[in-house]
Write a protein that binds this ligand. Structure first.
Ligand code: SF4
Length: 369
């Protein structure tokens, strides 16, 4: 279906997927419902209600989580439609100021952080960063900024498992997903081309972040950028290669399905296999899980444009975790884990990289990693 058709379906829909939209649930306003957002996009595209700053705000009330897709009989991807509408908002100069600041940050540092991520990671990896090899391991920006030493531990775990793995970080040091998510399509295309060329010495790149993996697997091609190496989510390698745990950890671990790794990339079994390998037990399941997994609010640039709403999404994941009875929450997404940990710093939250990096500790997990 083309964009005009899906936006028209949504505009005349009696909000059948509203309950599944984490942003509509967190914000509890009509403006945040898929129906309203799609109506803004439709009327802007036909010229009946051109975008202005106020209408453009509605387009940014979306985490691009695809949580509404299973609830829609037409399987409409609202996030994809809104991303296209954001491109127009940026071109017309009416996107939220926060979205513009992200583009300025990328122009200055090549990432959404004010830090020199390449210097930070290079200093934390004793063997240094590689540009060639069989498998480059690409960390998410979150890992590069907040715990760059974990990359070395993941590479070490893969090498012990027989993988010719190398620490990798392109120049610029981020996949560019935030640019894409916020509607900076032209900047994203240029950025993606530089990243793809910078990683071109690897036969394969194992990508830690789900959003980053989705960007390299799908979004680069969508904007016309060729990727000259094999791309695979890091979790695939970890699931295949990590040896089983010698004994069970004391704490019970629950697993959170993040949107990109789950609904977009279909990785449901692999992360559970990693948790099993590192803890000696199947993870406790949250309700809902798998393709109904709760969005933690981190995608689509939503924490930048709507930080309160993002906290509301993370709170819903915490609620499900508390109801699960587990002691540790493992998210498949580094930035989701950080958002959840920030929403309640007393809760023990980590991600798959934190779990691998914590191997050998008393309970296998650094709290709040
Ligand atoms: S995505 Fe489907 S269920 Fe949701 S508003 Fe659009 S048509 Fe309705």
């Amino acid at each position: 279906m083309d964009l005009a058709t899906i936006r028209t379906y949504c505009t005349y829909c009696p909000k059948l997927c509203r309950h599944a939209c984490p942003v509509a649930e967190a914000e509890r306003t009509e403006v945040a419902t898929p129906t309203f957002k799609q109506q803004v996009a439709l009327l802007a595209s036909t010229g009946e209600r051109p975008l202005d700053a106020g209408r453009a705000e509605a387009l940014y009330k979306c985490t691009d989580c695809r949580a509404t897709v299973p609830a829609c009989r037409h399987r409409i991807d609202v996030g994809g439609s809104l991303r296209e509408a954001r491109v127009e908002a940026v071109r017309q100069g009416v996107a939220p100021p926060a979205a513009g600041r992200v583009a300025e940050r990328f122009a200055a540092t090549g990432s959404p952080y004010a830090l020199d991520l390449r210097a930070r990671v290079a200093a934390a990896v004793p063997g240094g960063l590689s540009t060639v090899g069989a498998v480059g391991v690409l960390p998410s920006c979150t890992t590069a900024a907040h715990r760059p030493e974990a990359l070395d531990r993941v590479v070490g775990a893969l090498r012990r498992a027989g993988v010719d793995a190398h620490a990798a970080l392109p120049d610029p040091p981020c996949c560019g997903d935030p640019l894409d998510a916020l509607g900076h399509e032209d900047a994203f295309r240029l950025h993606a081309a530089r990243v793809a060329a910078s990683l071109g010495g690897f036969e394969a790149v194992a990508v830690e972040g789900g959003a980053c993996a989705h960007a390299l697997l799908a979004r680069y091609r969508a904007v016309g950028v060729r990727v000259p190496f094999k791309v695979l989510p890091l979790v695939d390698l970890l699931a295949q290669r990590l040896p089983p745990a010698g004994e069970k950890t004391r704490a019970r671990h629950a697993y959170h399905d993040p949107c990109n790794l789950g609904r977009k990339l279909g990785r449901y079994e692999q992360p559970r296999a990693v948790v099993r390998a590192l803890t000696g037990a199947d993870p406790v399941e949250l309700a809902p899980a798998r393709d109904g997994g709760l969005c933690a609010g981190g995608g689509g640039g939503y924490p930048v444009t709507n930080p309160d709403g993002a906290r509301g999404c993370a709170a819903r994941v915490l609620e499900a975790f508390r109801a699960s009875g587990a002691e540790v929450l493992v998210s498949g997404c580094p930035s989701a884990a950080r958002l959840i940990a920030k929403a309640d710093p007393t809760v023990r939250v980590t991600d798959l990289t934190g779990l691998v990096a914590g191997q050998g500790q008393a309970d296998g997990v650094p709290a709040g990693a």
